[in-house]
Each structure stands twice: as C-alpha cells, then as structure tokens.
Design a protein around this ligand. Sequence first.
Ligand code: URA
Length: 245
Amino acid sequence: MRIRLDKYLADLGIESRSGVKNLLKKGRVRLNGAVQTRPETKVDTDADRICLDGKVLTYHDYEYFMLNKPAGVVSASRDPHSSTVLDLIGGKTRKDLFPVGRLDRDTVGLLLITNDGSLAHSLLAPGRHVEKVYRVLLDGAADSADQEAFCEGIDIGDDTPTRPAVLEIPDGSRPEEVLVRIHEGRYHQIKRMFAARGKQVLWLKRLSMGSLVLDGSLGEGESRRLTGEEIEDLKGTGRRGSPPG
Ligand code: URA
C-alpha cells in the first residue's frame, strides 16, 4: 500500500500528524537510508524501509491479538484509574487498538484486541449471533431444570428474554462446573442468567468467540498475535455468524 509518510508515522501512533511534521523537519526519519523531511512523500508500506532515530519501523494496517485476560484488569482502551487490557499487549505497533467487546473486570479468558473496526462490528453486531463459550464455576449444582431454562431463554430483567443458550454439564465434571454457549453479549449476561436461576457465578472464563479459541499455552495476562488462518476464519465467522444453540 502506498501512503503519505506523515500518515505512516501517525498511524503507528508515533506522534500526531503535526508532531510528525516536526520529527521530519528535525531529520529524524530516514526513508531507505536517506533523511526524508517532506511529509507528503509517498511510501510503500510493504517495500520501503523507514527508520526513526535509527530504529526500523514496521507498518501494520491492522493488528490482531488474543489475550488471556486476567482478573482485575478493565476491558477498555483507556481508564483513568486502572490498568487496561491494552497495557498487557506486548509488541504492538498500532496505537488505535481496542478490545472487541468487554469482559467483566473479574472475568478471565479470551479477548480479541484489534484496530479492525469492521471485523469488530461484524463479530459484535446483535444480528450475527456469534457464539461465545464460557467455563463457569457456580456456588451450587446446575441441574436439568437450569438446562431447560437456558434452552428456552431466561427473563433477566431486559425487554426480551435471552436467546436460547446451551448449558452443558461435561461428563466427569462436578455439576457446579459447567460450560455455557451464548449467541449474544448482554451486560453481565452469564451472571444474570444464573442469578435468575438462584445461583451465583464464582468464576467465569471465556474459552472461545466464533471460530477463535483461546490458546491453551497462554497464561493469564499473556497475549499473542493471531495467525493468518485465525484471522481469515474469524472474518468468516463474522460474516456467517453461528447458528443459535
Ligand atoms: N457474562 C458475564 O456475566 N460477564 C462477562 O464478563 C461475560 C459474560
């Protein structure tokens, strides 16, 4: 892709567009080895070598990371009082990253972080019904009546009941340790669904979102870039959505 040099630098969050002009004026930017001072110079984001103060820059139009979110961190790009999920992403170059959807502060697990607004929109759009799977620890045993209620949809105090969801009690696990599949993303949804059944969620972890599955090798607080295949699959998920469970 060919773009202006000042846009290239501003996209990477190095400075605002006007701050970038100053950097250029001061001769701190080199294009293929030669000092370049003109902001309007066109650069090839794939082929040209651009250095700031001697350090080679890498341009990414879009970046995609999966984070294994730990408890105690806010799912936001900025927060005046608390550290955010973005503070945990190492090696990022774009400064316009944001989390796709939110997990509660005490929820752990899969969070997609990107600056691809159109993918985020397609994954979050209410009509898409992208499936999210959670592992849940409850303060009491889930039973077949809970499973039926999840399947039918639950009144959690909103205008409409929840869409049909799946509550699984995996073979060999205790009935307090369950899996839940939902196809929407209402505020505190899982906690409110169980609260409506008289049960409290003690621990909640997201395992997947559409085709994207949390990498089991990531410890809490760790992240990695998505592979090309994961990105392509996720774009497919966003377009197709998932059938309601
Ligand atoms: N449901 C919840 O209650 N909390 C989350 O963080 C995600 C889903």
